[in-house]
Design a binder for this molecule. Structure first.
Ligand SMILES: [Zn+2]
Length: 277
């Protein structure tokens, strides 16, 4: 996969399409929505610097207080911003999927990552060398810089909202909210995540997660089998979730450029019934 980048840079054709090793996978990958918001000519130029790579669950895409080597544009991977607590556990305060850019620090002149971002659902992401990003996005100060800054501002507000959510809302509400957020980022696939990982993301005991998930299953909202969760009906999830879900979904929607007419997957709750892959 590493070899595709230089060729693509010379030809100006996206390595996401020309990467032979990832070709089969990339053909069916959803796009990164943030990159899709950029006008085609500028997006093609930027894609020449990206390399598509698989990312496994548990991989840190960036680590707090260390130099940022890459910025990442998830396609079908989902990651979360993790805050390590002095007691040893970690708490999730934000979710990043195909609507996102991971590694916003260079937008503000930072060379080190202020946060730790860990992959929660394995998949693929386009990565861009942080120096290329500084030169091609920040120094050029063109359309992508504005698009990414709007996203970064929305994401900061999401982290604040979810920090408050963790402090005030019940586990069942937070689990329903998290499943809706994961569903937004993974549809139409089943959500490939274990109860253990959900427990880590919500800083809860596994037994408590199982109890809450069973309540949602009995409401008809979901099914789960061998680590995969399928959303059967979003309505019970919307009813069970705290009010943070529409707030954070709206935040992502607001990251759209003014006048952008593209359909936003977060704009309206979907009624789709998920099917097992
Ligand atoms: Zn909440």
């Amino acid at each position: 996969m590493v070899g595709g980048g230089a060729t693509a840079k010379r030809s100006g054709v996206t390595p996401l399409l020309r990467n032979d090793l990832a070709g089969a996978a990339s053909a069916s990958l959803p796009p990164n929505d943030l990159l899709q918001r950029i006008r085609p000519a500028e997006r093609s130029r930027l894609l020449g610097f990206l390399e598509l790579v698989p990312v496994d669950a548990g991989t840190a895409l960036c680590t707090s207080e260390t130099d940022l080597r890459y910025v990442w544009f998830p396609h079908d991977a989902v990651a979360s911003t993790v805050v390590p607590m002095p007691e040893g556990e970690a708490v999730d305060v934000g979710l990043l999927g195909p609507e996102a850019l991971v590694g916003t620090d260079p937008l503000y002149g930072g060379r080190r990552s202020a946060t730790t971002v860990v992959v929660q659902i394995a998949g693929h992401a386009g990565r861009m060398d942080a120096d290329d990003f500084r030169r091609e996005v920040v120094v050029r100060n063109g359309e992508p810089y504005g698009v990414f800054l709007r996203f970064a501002a929305a994401y900061q507000r999401m982290m604040a909202q979810l920090g408050a959510c963790n402090a005030r809302h019940a586990l069942l509400q937070r689990l329903a909210r998290l499943l809706l957020m994961l569903d937004d980022r993974r549809a139409p696939k089943a959500i490939d995540i274990t109860h253990d990982r959900l427990a880590d993301m919500l800083a809860a005991r596994r037994a408590s997660i199982t109890e809450a998930a069973n309540a949602l299953r009995h409401s008809g909202a979901l099914e789960y089998r061998r680590g995969h969760i399928a959303i059967r009906d979003r309505r019970p999830l919307l009813a069970a979730s705290c009010a943070c879900y529409p707030v954070v979904a709206r935040l992502v929607s607001r990251a759209e450029p003014a006048g952008g007419g593209r359909r936003n997957r977060f704009a309206k709750p979907r009624k789709a019934v998920e099917r097992w892959k």
